[in-house]
Design a protein. Structure first.
Ligand code: THU
Length: 132
C-alpha cells in the first residue's frame, strides 16, 4: 500500500500545471515515490514531431532513475477528465520494469481516485528475465 496517497496525488496535480501539451491539450501529471520517501514528478512533454512526445509517467520515472533512485514504490497519475485516465501501454511496461508491482493511483482534478496495481494493468509482462 502507498503510505500517503494524498501527498502523491497533490504532487501530480501540481506538476500537471507544467504539462507542455500544445498539440493535444491533454495535460497529465505523475508522481512516483521512492523507498527513501522522496517524490519525483513529471508532466507530459509534447514534440512538434508528435511521436517524440513523452508521457508524464516516464518523465517522473526517468527523473528518479537519473538521480540514482531506483527503488520506486508507488505512482500517481492525474488528468482533468471525468473518467480516470490509466497509463498507456508503453508506460505500463516502464512502470513494471522500474517500479515492479506497485500501487498505481489514478486521480482527477475533482477528487475522484482509484488504485490498482501493475500486475492488474499489465499481466504476464515481458522483462529482463526473458532475455537470459
Ligand atoms: N499521456 C501521458 O502523459 N500519459 C499517458 O499514460 C497517456 C498519454 C500524454 C501523451 C500526450 O502528450 C497526451 O497525453 C495525449 O496522448
Amino acid at each position: 500500500m502507498e503510505s500517503n496517497p494524498d501527498e502523491l496525488i497533490k504532487a501530480a496535480l501540481a506538476v500537471r500545471e507544467l504539462a507542455f501539451a500544445p498539440y493535444s491539450n491533454f495535460r497529465v501529471g505523475a508522481a512516483v515515490r521512492s523507498k527513501s520517501g522522496r517524490i519525483y514528478t513529471g508532466c507530459n512533454v509534447e514534440s512538434a514531431s508528435f511521436g517524440l512526445t513523452v508521457c508524464a509517467e516516464r518523465v517522473a520515472i526517468w527523473k528518479a532513475v537519473s538521480e540514482g533512485d531506483t527503488d520506486l514504490t508507488a505512482i500517481a497519475i492525474v488528468t482533468d477528465t471525468e473518467k480516470l485516465t490509466p497509463p498507456c501501454g508503453v508506460c505500463r511496461q516502464i512502470i513494471w520494469e522500474f517500479c515492479g508491482d506497485v500501487p498505481i493511483i489514478l486521480a482527477n482534478c475533482r477528487g475522484d481516485r482509484d488504485t490498482s496495481t501493475t500486475n492488474e494493468l499489465l499481466p504476464r509482462a515481458f522483462d529482463t528475465k526473458f532475455l537470459k
